[in-house]
Design a protein around this ligand. Structure first.
Ligand code: 13P
Ligand code: ZN
Length: 262
């Protein structure tokens, strides 16, 4: 299979560059994974990579994921050293392609695999999980309540298209050590009924059917957070109010997360 010429893989590679260009991927910050459709059964197993969490639902699925410690700015120019194609097995992954320099998959493999499993149950078209250090969304976790309803309501109130694209709300996890099974499990629990999870003082996880869609979703969250951060210290004279949010939802024919609009 000519992996690098698959249009969805080209989009994946381009997205890594776009995350860097946003200033959200300093050093090795951030990681991207994508469920791969297609038959990879003829690819030899290059090596196996153990993991310690239970990803039973994902056994047999193939994913593309960035490597641990790899810089997203280098992914597009040198995919073979910076990303991996993995087949998930029981307690380990088979490396089918990539990580040619001997690297490992992202340290956030648990959050990625378990979030894929959660999102697939909610949406069969789901394919992509993206973690990035979105500047304004992270900044907001220092000055705003981490209550999910309050956090979401603030973002909905800051930009008209917020409720359009994250009507299901934004989940928030309190600070936790990253790169652990625990934060992976906690992230996936939130992903069961939402597509955005903010990690306080760290970054954002977003999910979508394509790399563009997952990135676009995080962009809408970060833009609203940017408006908040630009105005939080100023006397705010007006914002989008609850009746306007309801009006917008009616125009769009969407159901915002129940209980979030008074
Ligand atoms: P990796 O380089 O292991 O993917 O980790 C980057 C990161 O952002 C951890 O949260
Ligand atoms: Zn991170």
């Amino acid at each position: 299979m000519d992996i690098l010429n698959m249009p969805i893989v080209k989009e994946y590679l381009r997205t890594a560059t776009q995350l860097y260009n946003h200033g959200w991927a300093e050093r090795n910050g951030g990681n991207i994974s994508m469920l791969m459709d297609g038959d990879f059964s003829d690819m030899p197993v290059l090596r196996t990579i153990p993991f310690s969490f239970d990803a039973a639902d994902m056994i047999g699925r193939c994913i593309m994921i960035t490597g641990s410690g790899k810089y997203l700015k280098n992914v597009e120019a040198d995919p073979e050293n910076n990303i991996a194609l993995l087949r998930i097995c029981d307690g380990y992954a088979e490396l089918l392609w990539g990580l040619a320099d001997g690297g490992k998959p992202s340290s956030e493999l648990a959050a990625h695999l378990l979030s894929h499993s959660a999102r697939l149950k909610a949406d069969p078209s789901h394919r992509v999980v993206m973690h990035t250090h979105a500047t304004n969304a992270v900044a907001m976790t220092f000055v705003h309540s981490l209550d999910e309803r309050e956090f979401t309501r603030t973002l909905w109130g800051m930009a008209t298209e917020s409720i359009m694209f994250f009507y299901d709300g934004v989940a928030v996890l309190p600070w936790m050590p990253c790169g652990t099974d625990e934060i992976g499990i906690a992230t996936a629990e939130k992903m069961a009924d939402r597509r955005v999870v903010v990690w306080a003082h760290h970054g954002v996880f977003g999910a979508g059917s394509t790399p563009d869609e997952a990135l676009g979703l995080i962009e809408t969250v970060d833009k609203a957070a940017q408006f908040y951060m630009m105005t939080a210290h100023l006397p705010v004279l007006q914002k989008i109010n609850d009746s306007q949010l309801k009006e917008m939802a009616a125009v769009l024919g969407i159901t915002p997360r129940p209980g979030y609009i008074d």
